[in-house]
Each structure stands twice: as C-alpha cells, then as structure tokens.
Design a protein around this ligand. Sequence first.
Ligand SMILES: C[S@@+](CC[C@H](N)C(=O)[O-])C[C@H]1O[C@@H](n2cnc3c(N)ncnc32)[C@H](O)[C@@H]1O
Length: 265
Amino acid sequence: MSTTDTVEEAGYTSSYLADQHAGQLARLRTLEYAFDPLSQKIFDQLDIPGTSTILDLGAGAGSLARWLTTRYPGATVTATDIDTRFLNDIPGIQVITHNAKTDDFPAASFDVVHARALLCHLAEREDILTRAVTWVRPGGWLVIEDVSLQPSLSTANPLLRKVAQAGITLLEQSIGSDMLWADTLPDLLRDRGLSNIGHRTLEGRIGDNSPADTFWAATTAQAGPTLLKLELLTQNDLDAMANMRADPEFCDAALTLVSAWGQVL
Ligand SMILES: C[S@@+](CC[C@H](N)C(=O)[O-])C[C@H]1O[C@@H](n2cnc3c(N)ncnc32)[C@H](O)[C@@H]1O
C-alpha cells in the first residue's frame, strides 16, 4: 500500500464538489442521510462474518464506516479518502489517506470492499474497479454503489431535463464524472469474474422534501456559481428550478442509487 499526503489533485478535489468548500461537510451529510439506509440494507442481506476486515473506499464524512463498526463490532473497519479530515475523529476505524486512482492495497487484504458515490467521479473508474477486485479475499464481497442521473434525463419536464443536463456536462468536463455509469455496474462486475452478483436500483425524487431531494438541492446549490460562470445555465434557470422545486404540486424522479455486489470465489 502507498499513501499520498497531498490533496492537490486535478479532477474531483479541485472541482466545485470538493472538500475545500465551506459547505462540503453539510453536503456530504445530506448524501449520507439519503443513502445510508439503502447501503445498510445491502450489508444486512449479505453473509458477512462479524470478524471481517472491511474497507470503505472514498469514505467521505464517514457515517457508513461508523455504522459498520456498530453493525459488526468484531470487524476491522478501514476508511480511506484522498482527504481524511472528516474521518479522523470517528472512533473504532482505521483511517488511511489513499488516492484510489494511484494507490493500491496488497492482494486479498479485505473480506469486503465497498465504495459509494466515488467511482462515477473518477475517470480511472474501470481500472480502479479491476484493482479493487484483487483487494478482496476469496469468499469476500465487492459492493459498489453509485448515483445515476438517468431519471432526470428521461423526464418529460423540460426545465428539470435542462438543469440535469447542465449538471452532467459540468461534472463530466470539470471532473471526468460519468453520471450514467452506475447503470452498467452489474455487467462490469460480471466482466471481472465475480460470482453471486446482485443489484438493486432505487429511485430518488425531488420536490417532496425527501432525503434525496435535500441531497439534490445541496449539490445543485454548490454547483450554481460554476454553472453560471460556464454559462451552462442562467440565473433565470436556477431561479425557475428553485421555484418549481418549492411548488407543492411538483415532484419528479431525479436520480437512482445503483448498488451492485459480487463475491470473489
Ligand atoms: C461524493 S463523496 C462520497 C463519500 C462517501 N463514499 C459517501 O457515500 O458518503 C466522494 C468522496 O470521494 C473522495 N475522493 C475523491 N477523489 C478521490 C480519490 N482519487 N481517491 C479517494 N477518494 C477520493 C472525496 O474526497 C469524497 O470524500
């Protein structure tokens, strides 16, 4: 294993989504609030021994890693991120500064490797996925979860489609994200020779004050200045979107969380 001691990285860490934003911790909390219950259900349905070694790659603000220590009190939980400042005070976890693009782990280091809302943002996603398979011990599980914005591109609502397309373009150009990649996850695990593959796709809506709505709003707000600067949207678009979201009559599908898992035999 090697580590990095810098967060000066092109892509995610220099983008509008990155950790230098004053609101980043609050935005990560909205993501956790929206997705933790969904991720926890995936862990609950897998046969994971209580003494497992578990890696949460790109663990962000760490609520899932924290939950893993209570769900599996005998387990060793490792949380990595390129920027570990939000992870350092979580009791009972090992924290490693680790750049998933360049840093490795020895083969068969973990019983479970999990990554959520990470790989869709990294242009090297397919290589990282291939390497992550090697980090899993025989009998262990790889669990990958990512956000797809497919529903907001398929909507009949032209304003939501426009805002979503602008967000996708911004993420793609400034970070290298692929916000439709998640839809291919089961095939990608199959291509890498995993067994007992399963997947689940759950829809998140906006306009209903749900946790997914709050996450979507926090991310759009953080992106707003850059969307305007790059002229991907106008202030009128952003205002119209905010008004539409506040309209009690409005509710629409915006995203899905795709979870896919497979066993290394
Ligand atoms: C959208 S957040 C998701 C956080 C967490 N997995 C979750 O779902 O709550 C993405 C995280 O990936 C981290 N990240 C970005 N680039 C990374 C890289 N190259 N290696 C490791 N982590 C990275 C960011 O610092 C951020 O914490």
